[in-house]
Design a protein around this ligand. Sequence first.
Ligand SMILES: *Cc1c(COP(=O)(O)O)cnc(C)c1O
Length: 400
Amino acid sequence: MTLSQGRHYLAIPGPSVMPDEVLQAMHRPAPNIYEGDLVETTHTIAQDLKWVARTVGHVAMYISNGHGAWEASLANMAQPGEKVLVVANGRFGQGWGEMAREMGIETEVLDFGMSAPADPARIEEALRADTERRIKAVLACHVDTSSSVRNDVPALRAAIDAAGHPALLAIDCIASLACDRYEMDAWGADVTLAASQKGLMTPPGMAFIWFNDRAAGARTRPLSRYWDWAPRANPEYYYQHFGGTAPTHHLFGLRAALDMLKSEGLEQVWTRHETLASAYWAAIETWSQGGPMRINVSERAARSRAITSVHLPDGQGERLRLWCSENLGVTLGIGLGREPREDWFRIGHMGHVNAHMVMGVVGVLEAGLRALGIPHGEGAGDAAAQALAEPAQALSRAAE
Ligand SMILES: *Cc1c(COP(=O)(O)O)cnc(C)c1O
């Protein structure tokens, strides 16, 4: 017998679940890339991408994954021999910094470990020490997907301002855009990065950089013509949006995804993610009471609303993950960037996710804990259900 027959649920932190609307929008013949529907669609996408990031700045689009967005951002923000300040709360922050070094950009890494957000005082101190103003940008992940730590972006901005330093604030929102609240302009980010396959519910293959006028003005000579964000954001000819042929089908998929976000409303999208995340946290905290499972980030405000990293020692995290995937039709994320990796797993809850998917995963994990004889507290399903029922009750009261 197998209990995994039926639609498999890939609950990893990207690629996220693709809505049928997105898949269907992509199922069409190759479009004309010189005029018509595709050109119109691209213009509306650029507008709506600014709406998602809450900015009136510019947006450049790339045929790339998130790593490409890292490289593109660096190519526009710093020259070889200049410096960036890297804020790390896990593998992804470190990775962005490694990429800078390989491009000949000097890095200073502030490592905050893998379970706490950045301490703004240390950032202020590092910037004050840079009396020659060699630091061109502060790089930070809004959410580091390896640890599920969420940084306080306004606090990072305040640290830069307190130091009176001109460095740009560049934020990797690849795992948080359209999941966690993010307000690029109000929070004072100068540069924002995202990719298509997480909160934006579209296949991997597109990346985005938003930049404000300050970042546009700070740019000297871009390190690469292909990564240059200027013609992509303000093209004279359509092909300049992508430095060549457009990612035709991705654009139709992304259009459908943006339509879904717009009809739900951004505030509602954020609240949905927050509520679903709180159901997972309630379940994990209940399991923790009678066994070794622990949620990685203890401080609630510092937790991602799109991904949750969970510790389960002695290799049991990986055992549980594999068991759920092989037997019950749910694949969870690996303990990326962890030592030992087998003691960790991550639950992706970003994008096209609703309450019954979350309750399904909670039930599957409960079954796995029982089947593998891993000690755990009782009542996780009840706790998760309660976390979903409370905001739902409040909403229906408000509607009365
Ligand atoms: C997924 C992710 C990346 C890398 O994106 P790829 O598309 O895999 O290159 C970078 N940063 C963060 C925060 C991510 O979540």
